[in-house]
Design a protein around this ligand. Structure first.
Ligand SMILES: Nc1ncnc2c1ncn2[C@@H]1O[C@H](COP(=O)(O)OP(=O)(O)O)[C@@H](O)[C@H]1O
Ligand SMILES: [Mg+2]
Length: 234
């Protein structure tokens, strides 16, 4: 049932022993289990090829694991109707590594599209866009076609779009890949703010400068295996 009572202690994300092998025999993930509570901010690290993006895709349900189970807010996707799955997907904001923006549309339009699916009123939409652009130092770029922006600016638009609806879960794959350290900090601040209002934020990154020294939970993947869970790197 979609209206079932979800207690405050239901984890937002639960992965039970998920594995993924790509042909012919690339073990991208091997028996990975993790739990993320509502409002938790988690970083998934590891060198290139460790399985970070694969894990993000499994949690976001863009792909299915070969074995194991992914539960979002206590529900397993395969058991939901397509309408329920659609609703669930709308409550997950994703920052793709390749942005997936609509290049000819304006910055504001790209963000508004994500919001209008969620039936936000025009005024509310405008206010939220303004707030996000200010936060990500993109004020004044509302009307610019996305294709005319730098990679770093496009990346921030993709982040604003994913965060616009205050999703229950935000997944970000290398969200600072095109940003300098100072701008990376804006992203971290936005993610912290979302987490403080209940969004579970899971970020795959090889950029240790992004999270180091903040006491956040850091999970380390090595060749598809989770090395640590729950440790805070200082
Ligand atoms: N669609 C795919 N087809 C084949 N191999 C893949 C695919 N996606 C990822 N891989 C492989 O799985 C492993 C993990 O990849 P990935 O999750 O992208 O790692 P990371 O994001 O940590 O760099 C790598 O060896 C990669 O080459
Ligand atoms: Mg990756």
């Amino acid at each position: 049932m979609d209206t079932q009572d979800q207690s405050a202690t239901t984890p937002m994300v639960e992965c039970f022993k998920i594995s993924k092998v790509y042909p012919p025999d690339v073990v991208a993930l091997n028996d990975v289990s993790l739990t993320a509570a509502p409002g938790e901010l988690i970083f998934i690290t590891g060198s290139s090829g460790a399985g970070k993006s694969t894990l993000i895709r499994m949690i976001g349900r863009q792909e299915k694991p070969d074995s194991g189970l992914v539960m979002i807010n206590g529900r397993e996707g395969a058991r939901l109707s397509s309408a329920q799955q659609q609703r669930m997907r709308r409550d997950i904001g994703v920052v793709y590594q390749d942005f997936r923006l609509l290049p000819q549309l304006s910055v504001a339009r790209n963000i508004a599209i994500a919001m209008e699916v969620d039936y936000c009123g025009r005024w509310e939409t405008k206010q939220r866009i303004k707030e996000l652009l200010a936060q990500l130092e993109l004020t004044g770029k509302e009307r610019r076609p996305v294709e005319n922006l730098s990679r770093g600016e496009q990346q921030r638009v993709a982040i604003a779009r994913a965060a616009a609806n205050h999703p229950s879960l935000l997944l970000a794959d290398e969200p600072t890949g095109n940003l300098d350290e100072k701008t990376g900090h804006l992203i971290l601040n936005l993610f912290r703010e979302l987490a403080a209002t209940g969004t579970t934020v899971i970020t795959a990154t090889h950029d240790s400068k992004l999270y180091r020294g903040h006491g956040h939970r850091v999970l380390h993947l090595k060749q598809g295996e989770l090395q640590t869970d729950g440790e805070e790197e200082q």
